[in-house]
Design a protein around this ligand. Sequence first.
Ligand code: BTN
Length: 251
Amino acid sequence: MSRSPDPHWWHYQTLTSTNDQAKLLAAGDWLKNGSVIIADEQTHGRGQQNTAWLSKAGESLTCSFVYFPNFLKASDQFYLNMIVTLGIVEALKAHFKSYGDSFAIKWPNDILLKEKKLGGILIENLLEGAYLQQAVVGIGINLNQTLMGKELPGAISLRQLTGRHHNPLSLVEILKDAIDNQYTMLRDGNKSKIYNGYLNNLYLFHRWHQFKAANGKTFQGCISGINNYGNLLIVDKANQTRAFGLKEIQF
Ligand code: BTN
């Protein structure tokens, strides 16, 4: 039996990482499906590919949602990345309506605002046989930073968009509703709707662009989709479709 997402909140002032705390709480059987762990500040936040995720108190939303998607095959686990990024982007578009077109997903996991990085996700799964047992979905969103243009030219915050301060607790509620809805859609088997929603919000989907492959060679290509393993599919000028994993392609 799979449980529906249920609001269950754990709010801390300081944690090493909300993902680590989520795993500890889950191991102690403290969590319900859809529980939220949120910290005002992380001392050892983690990003994709063993990077550090740095943020000062009050500057970012740093949280983890925990799900127990025992209906989901391990081979379909990229659907979790899709529902989370799609939920975040759809929620941001609906909330910041006048800037709607400025938000996008950059494959596989980045949230873009005006083609700059607004946030990212780090999903850590536990498997049981061929199925998922537990998914810890870590989310980091830049809210109130102002210096990013100088320090990190590729990053942006919501404050830089709107000129005002943003409260992490208000935003997390908006994201939670949207991601829970996507989760329910996945549980109900609406995979094609999720896939199409992901592609409709995907940065550079169906647009020609110069990519750089892992061998250092650049080529003109057009993103045409994602395969079952979550690899990015790019059609080149010779009309060949090529599949790329995470470290195999640069935009
Ligand atoms: C990325 O590299 O883009 C992913 C960043 C994910 C950061 C979030 S912040 C909350 C959660 N806890 C962590 O330690 N990491 C994730």
